[in-house]
Design a protein around this ligand. Structure first.
Ligand SMILES: Nc1ncnc2c1ncn2[C@@H]1O[C@H](COP(=O)(O)OP(=O)(O)O)[C@@H](O)[C@H]1O
Ligand SMILES: [Mg+2]
Length: 380
């Protein structure tokens, strides 16, 4: 006399091929799935486990787990949708359940077998989906750390190259600037000398930019107490040839009394980078306008620089302060990265907002100048 479990098992064994055929006829499968031929084999293996589990009073977890891991790896390799996979498995379960009334067993006899098969499919899905997500997560974090590492490597190389490149270029440049200065003194009416001076100074600033990415910069320097309005003025003066050339209108309103404690040469670099980007963005606009506004909010300088140029592409917005991100054909993508480094060093923040009307860079830096120091500075 067969037990209900044995009866179910022999029914399933006898109808193994009908069952698999009607199951496979319904599954969702991508024609390009490299593992599509394995789906039927896996279905048959699952049926065999179902047959075994019908006869026994427990689920054979070891074999079930092995099959689940195998299948989940195939699903990952074929980049399959996990939803499709779960759907296909549950199709198999309902295919079996639909056959159960034909086994000639009473409801009471069927119930425990039914339950065992149900648990078997539940456990299978649990192992497979768990493994699928684990492996996928691991793969993703491996990829992320690879990207992070290559980023770090690039920055290290850039830093090392920068320091040697900066020193090799800076010394001859400094002496050329000095000689041009001598020429200007000796022959005050000499043509083109002003243009040469301005171009050489631009070159010096651009080279200094690289020095800021190279590591080990003199962090022990003393912070200076300086007026932000003067830095903005100097920067505009420095960029004057470019501003005139492009015919850009500048509206500048920076309260004269705002003072910062920090590194004026670095803050100047921030101003140059942001303004150069603005000027470059405006090059093809019919009406070109840059607005600079400087105020204080408590003990904090709030400086905003905006232009009416085309907006920053949406996909660049979240990464423009990252190194090597550039929307320009010949851009280095380190300008805004350097800005952020400098601002962070000054314990401040920098943000950007860009829409069809204008692009604005806004930064906040603690002034750190006590009112006594302010008085002292002004009186001297
Ligand atoms: N004012 C601006 N208007 C439009 N796009 C800007 C502006 N400032 C920065 N960007 C975008 O941010 C990118 C990164 O700028 P930056 O770090 O200075 O690198 P680079 O100027 O070498 O491209 C630029 O390539 C540009 O696409
Ligand atoms: Mg730039």
């Amino acid at each position: 006399m067969q037990t209900p479990g044995e009866r179910t098992a022999s029914y399933l064994e006898k109808n193994r091929f009908d069952l698999i055929n009607s199951w496979m006829a319904k599954v969702i499968v991508d024609m390009n799935d490299p593992y599509k031929d394995f789906i039927r084999i896996n279905g048959l293996l699952m049926l065999d486990l179902t047959i075994a589990c019908s006869k026994q009073s427990h689920v054979d977890e070891e074999h079930l787990r092995a099959l689940a891991y195998k299948v989940s790896l195939e699903r990952i390799k074929s980049n399959a949708n996990i939803g499709d996979f779960v759907y296909n498995v549950t199709l198999g379960r309902s295919e079996i359940f639909q056959h159960m009334p034909r086994m000639g067993l009473s409801l009471e006899e069927l119930a425990p077998v039914f339950q065992r098969i149900d648990i078997l499919f539940d456990r299978f899905l649990y192992f497979a989906v768990h493994h699928y997500t684990d492996v996928k997560d691991r793969k993703m974090s491996e990829q992320e750390s690879l990207i992070e590492q290559s980023h770090k490597d690039k920055l290290t190389i850039l830093g090392q190259m920068s320091s040697s490149f900066v020193h090799e270029f800076r010394n001859p440049l400094t002496s050329v600037i000095g000689f041009v200065q001598l020429l200007r003194e000796k022959y005050p009416s000499l043509e083109y000398i002003d243009i040469m001076t301005k171009e050489l100074n631009q070159l010096k600033f651009r080279i200094n930019q690289f020095l800021l990415v190279s590591k080990g910069r003199e962090s022990s320097r003393d912070r200076e107490n300086f007026e932000i309005g003067l830095i903005v003025e100097e920067t505009l003066e420095f960029l004057y040839p470019m501003i005139v050339d492009l015919n850009v209108t500048i509206h500048c309103d920076v309260a004269p009394s705002i003072r910062l404690k920090g590194y004026p040469d670095e803050i100047r670099q921030v101003m140059i980078n942001i303004l150069m980007n603005s000027l470059e963005a405006l090059s093809s606009c019919p009406v070109k306008l840059i607005e600079i506004n400087g105020t204080t909010d408590g003990d904090r300088l709030i400086l905003s620089i905006s232009n009416n140029g085309p907006p920053i592409p949406h996909e660049l917005m979240s990464t423009i302060f990252e190194p090597f991100v550039s929307g320009k054909e010949l851009g280095t993508g380190i300008g805004l990265y350097v800005c952020r480094q400098i601002i962070v060093k000054h314990d401040g923040w920098i943000e950007c907002e860009s829409n069809d009307v204008r692009t604005t860079f806004r930064l906040g830096i603690p002034t750190r100048v006590t009112s006594d120091e302010n008085q002292l500075d002004r009186s001297t």
